[in-house]
Design a protein around this ligand. Structure first.
Ligand code: M6R
Length: 366
C-alpha cells in the first residue's frame, strides 16, 4: 500500500531510515562492538581467507557491488573484482582456489545473475548471495547468504533495496575486518557507531526533500546530465545517472570525476548540468578542481556536499548538504538526494515513475 504517498517510489525512498534499521537489527551490536550475520556462519572462514572476491550483479545491484570493491579492499585488504553478471559467463572467467563469488540481487530472479552463478559454481567457486526476496532463485542457488530485509520493493527503480544492499555489505566487511584484524580497533568501533547513526541521518536528508524538488524544477528541461564522483562515491555517480535515466528519460552518464577531462568534458556548455557527489573525504581537493574545470566551461554545477562546506558552496550553482559521517559510509547518505532528484524530475516531466516504459521489476531473460 502506498499510504499517503503519491507513488511507491517515493514511499520506498522515505522508508529507508526504517529499512536500513531493519537490515541492521540483531546484526549490528554497536554497544558490544560486534557484528553477527547468521547467514554467513558456516562460510565466514572462507570469506576471511578469500584470496579474491568476485562480485556479480546487474544495474543498481552492480552499483552496490562497486561500492563494496572500495570497502573490502580498504578495510579487509581482499582484492575485489566487480563484473557485470551478463558478461561473466561468456568472458572465459578464471576461478581459482580461494575465490569467493558474491552475487547481489534485489529480486533474486535476475537471469543474467543466475546464469553467472551457475557458471561460477560449476567452476568450483563458493557463492554468497545478497538478496531481498526471501526464498527466490538466487538464494537457493547460493551456498550461503544474507537477506537485505528491505520489504517488498514495488517501484521498478530500486531505492530502498540499494541502501539495504550497501548496509549488508558494510556489515559483512566489518565482520571480516574484525576477524582478520585488518582494521584497528578504534576505527572498527567508530565505524560501528557511525553505521548505527545512519538511519537518523537519512531521516535528516528526507526532511529536506523539498530542496531536491525545487532543484528538479530548475533542470527538468535538460536533455543530458553528467554525474561525477570519486572513490566510494564514483558508484553513486553511476547510480544517480541510472535513476535519472530510468525515471525521467533524461540521458545521463556517470563517471569518475577525474575521467571527465579524458573526453566527456567536450560535452560541457552552459546547457549541461553536472552533478558532483563531493562530501568531505580524502579526494575532496581533487573534486574541487574538477568542479573548477566545469565552471570554467560554464557548465551548471549541482553538488552534494557535507554540511558546513564552504569551498564548494562558493563555486557551485546549487548545493545539497548531507550530515557528516565517516567517508567510508557516505554512499548511504549521498544516494538519497539523487533518488529524490530523479523522482521529482520524473514526476514534473509527467513520467510514470513507478512503471517506467520498457522496464520490468525483474529481468528473467538473458
Ligand atoms: O533484482 P536485481 O537486483 O537482480 O535487478 C538488477 C537490475 O535489473 C535492477 O537493479 C535494475 O537496474 C533497476 N531497475 C534499477 O533501478
Amino acid at each position: 500500500e502506498k499510504g499517503n504517498f503519491e507513488h511507491y517510489m517515493l514511499k520506498e525512498i522515505f522508508e529507508q531510515p526504517k529499512t536500513i534499521l531493519d537490515c541492521m537489527r540483531g546484526r549490528l551490536l554497536a554497544e558490544e562492538g560486534k557484528v553477527r550475520l547468521g547467514g554467513l556462519r558456516e562460510y565466514i572462514d572462507q570469506l576471511c581467507n578469500a584470496k579474491r572476491i568476485i562480485i556479480i550483479a546487474c544495474g543498481t545491484s552492480l552499483n552496490a557491488g562497486m561500492v563494496a570493491r572500495y570497502l573490502f579492499q580498504e578495510i579487509c585488504r581482499i582484492p575485489v573484482e566487480v563484473e557485470f553478471a551478463s558478461e561473466f559467463r561468456y568472458g572465459s572467467p578464471v576461478i581459482r582456489d580461494g575465490d569467493v563469488v558474491v552475487a547481489i540481487s534485489q529480486s533474486g530472479e535476475t537471469a543474467d545473475t543466475l546464469v553467472a552463478i551457475e557458471k561460477a559454481k560449476e567452476m568450483g567457486a563458493i557463492i554468497l548471495g545478497i538478496c531481498n526476496v526471501v526464498g527466490s532463485s538466487i538464494p537457493r542457488a547460493s551456498h550461503a547468504g544474507v537477506y537485505t530485509h528491505a520489504g517488498a520493493e514495488i517501484g521498478v527503480a530500486s531505492t530502498k533495496a540499494f541502501t539495504a544492499q550497501l548496509t549488508v555489505l558494510y556489515l559483512i566487511a566489518l565482520q571480516v575486518a574484525k576477524e582478520k584484524g585488518t582494521l584497528d580497533n578504534e576505527k572498527y568501533r567508530s565505524l560501528l557507531n557511525e553505521l548505527d547513526q545512519i538511519p537518523s541521518k537519512v531521516q535528516t536528508i528526507l526532511d529536506n526533500s523539498y530542496l531536491t524538488q525545487s532543484l528538479a524544477s530548475l533542470y527538468l528541461d535538460a536533455t543530458s546530465m553528467i554525474y561525477l564522483g570519486r572513490g566510494y562515491n564514483f558508484p553513486i555517480a553511476l547510480e544517480g545517472a541510472l535513476k535519472i535515466k530510468e525515471i525521467s528519460y533524461i540521458h545521463a552518464e556517470g563517471y569518475p570525476a577525474a575521467e571527465m577531462k579524458h573526453g566527456p568534458i567536450a560535452l560541457i556548455d552552459e546547457e549541461m548540468p553536472v552533478l558532483f557527489i563531493a562530501p568531505k573525504d580524502h579526494t575532496y581537493e581533487k573534486v574541487v578542481s574538477n568542479i573548477q574545470e566545469v565552471k570554467a566551461r560554464k557548465g551548471k554545477v549541482i553538488a552534494i556536499v557535507t554540511e558546513g562546506d564552504v569551498v564548494i558552496k562558493s563555486l557551485a550553482d546549487h548545493v545539497f548538504e548531507i550530515p557528516e559521517t565517516d567517508e567510508i559510509l557516505t554512499p548511504l547518505l549521498t544516494v538519497i538526494p539523487l533518488q529524490l532528484f530523479a523522482y521529482y524530475t520524473g514526476v514534473l516531466r509527467g513520467c510514470n515513475v513507478d512503471q517506467p516504459r520498457n522496464l520490468a521489476k525483474s529481468v528473467t531473460v538473458e
